[in-house]
Design a protein around this ligand. Structure first.
Ligand code: ZN
Length: 518
């Protein structure tokens, strides 16, 4: 734990409130909350301006805030940023920075705004962070720049309630030591950290939990309990690569109307005592990674009605997680549970690190043809006519013509081929999914396809990507956003996954039992 002066603690407290309440701070021309620089000395605002979609910082402000030397090299038409003998060169007319010959991309070239040179704020995370000898991290979505060895774990909060119990899940990345304390009317989760980077949707209370927020200290998460609270149980499970999931199972008080507590209505065979959460100890336990496509600033496809792909994928992923746990007793890991950006390699890495048995990536499609509709299931293509593409695009993604018309950014496979040895089983899974989806949701004319999808390539287990439908089709947009459609889709997927595992458990030539595992 880092000792901190009192003023820092107060400042941090103010920030924590800001983060939570999204309070109104005088936000220059930048959108929403200003960027804040967090150091062991305190918190300072980072002045930024918007140039189109790109958030920029003046070069001299950057120099002052981070103690670097920034100057214009008129001859070379470039800017140099020097820090302890190391140099970053920013081309004046390209969205590139060079650090000791290594190129990093930026969202825009430097720009002259109000007579001062500005550079994209990404320079902080992508260039300064490389030359600094202390940790430096830009968390744009959280509006934080963290400098120094501070512990500012991300805490993503999820709340579900059903029947006689509720669950609050805190996904903490990276993991830090913590302690759960029950006080009158509330649970406190105290973290050994310098600040919390909390993201939580408002709780839709069903009487067990009223709210989840930061407080009373800036490093404590407070769970406000409701009138139905009876008892709770806390459990930690590691989440890859470095996080911890804190699960708070909250059990209701016995129904006052139930005369005999051992005949509580609706109880599922666990009279009196709180119902245990789905067992994770069943034999043949499977680990499934669900990848909700996109997230954070990467919204993915967008429907005419404003439905965002990242929201649809997350909603389906969360529902799927619950049903897989409940019906298959599977261990389910999520590449994201909130609205945050996760890069493609991290997604497969989570599955690999946890030795997952299956990787399922969820997406919704877009097409210039408004009529394009229906779900499609993608398996990695090993057709190395991709070689040509490979040579053209180098190591980055590119806009490619897409399945169904139009074009969009696709991440093309370039290096690793972990998925290669699983393609056959991935195809089996895709066929099972097709069978189950048929009749449940609209399918595209070619429901199973192959494509060089980068998110699948590194996955060292059967892996498929599902485009659930087309957001660019008005009818499909409202379907994709509807609970009904999502529920049918989730049931079909769970059925298919159950059959896939059942088939794997059978010796050759035997027919797997129909229906999900107990
Ligand atoms: Zn997508």
């Amino acid at each position: 734990m880092i000792p901190m002066p009192g003023s820092f603690v107060r400042l941090v407290g103010a920030l924590a409130v800001t983060v939570l309440a999204a309070a109104t701070l005088s936000g220059q021309t930048a959108p929403g909350r200003p960027l804040q620089l967090v150091t062991s000395a305190g918190i300072r605002p980072v002045p930024t301006v918007m140039a189109g979609d790109v958030e920029m910082i003046a070069l001299d402000d950057l120099a002052a805030l981070f103690g670097v030397d920034a100057r214009e090299d008129t001859l070379a038409q470039a800017f140099t940023i020097a820090y302890q003998g190391k140099t970053i060169v920013l081309s004046q007319d390209q969205a590139l920075a060079s650090i000791g010959g290594r190129l990093v991309s930026l969202p825009a070239a430097p720009a002259r705004i109000s007579n001062r040179w500005h550079v994209p704020v990404e320079v902080i995370g992508r260039a300064l962070a490389v030359v600094f000898d202390t940790p430096l991290e830009l968390r744009k979505a959280s509006r934080l720049v963290i400098q120094g060895a501070l512990r500012v774990p991300r805490v993503a909060v999820r709340h579900d309630a059903a029947g006689t119990q509720a669950r609050v899940v805190l996904d903490v990345t990276p993991a830090v030591p913590h302690q759960i304390v029950q006080e009158a009317g509330r649970l406190l989760v105290r973290f050994e950290a310098d600040l919390l980077d909390l993201s939580a949707a408002p709780v839709q209370s069903q009487g067990f939990v009223q709210a989840v927020r930061v407080g009373p200290s800036p490093t404590t998460v407070l769970v406000e309990l409701g009138p139905r609270f009876g008892s709770f149980r806390g459990a930690d499970t590691p989440i890859a690569p470095t996080g911890v999931r804190i699960t708070l199972d909250i059990f209701g008080t016995p129904e006052p109307t139930a005369a005999r507590p051992d005949e509580a209505p609706g109880a599922t065979g666990t009279p009196g005592a709180p119902a245990p959460s789905p067992s994770l100890g069943v034999p043949g336990l499977r680990t499934i990674v669900i990848d909700a496509g996109h997230g954070g600033e990467d919204a993915g496809a967008r429907g005419a009605g404003g439905t965002l792909e990242k929201s649809v994928t997350l909603a389906v992923a969360l529902a799927l997680e619950q049903v897989l746990e409940a019906r298959l007793g599977a261990r389910v890991l999520m590449t994201r549970e909130g609205d945050r950006e996760v890069n493609l390699d991290e997604r497969a890495a989570l599955a690999n690190n946890n030795k997952a048995d299956l990787f399922l990536s969820l997406h919704a499609n877009a097409s210039v043809k408004g009529a394009a509709s229906g779900a499609e299931i993608f398996v990695l293509s090993l057709n190395t006519a991709d070689e040509a593409v490979r040579q053209v695009v180098g190591s980055r993604g590119m806009a490619m013509p897409v399945f169904g018309g139009g074009s969009r950014d696709i991440d093309v496979i370039l290096w690793e081929m972990a998925q290669a040895r699983h393609v056959e089983r991935s195809s089996e899974l895709a066929r099972l999914i097709e069978t189950q989806l048929r009749g449940a949701v609209p399918l595209g004319p070619r429901p199973v396809q192959r494509a060089p999808l980068r998110v699948l390539v590194g996955a060292n287990m059967p892996a498929v990507l599902i485009e659930m439908g087309y957001l660019t089709n008005t009818r499909q947009e409202s379907q994709l956003a509807s609970k009904d459609f999502q529920t049918r889709l989730v049931s079909a997927l769970v059925e298919a996954i159950g059959r896939f595992f059942a088939a794997a458990d059978q010796p050759e030539g035997q027919t797997p039992p129909v229906g999900g595992a107990p």
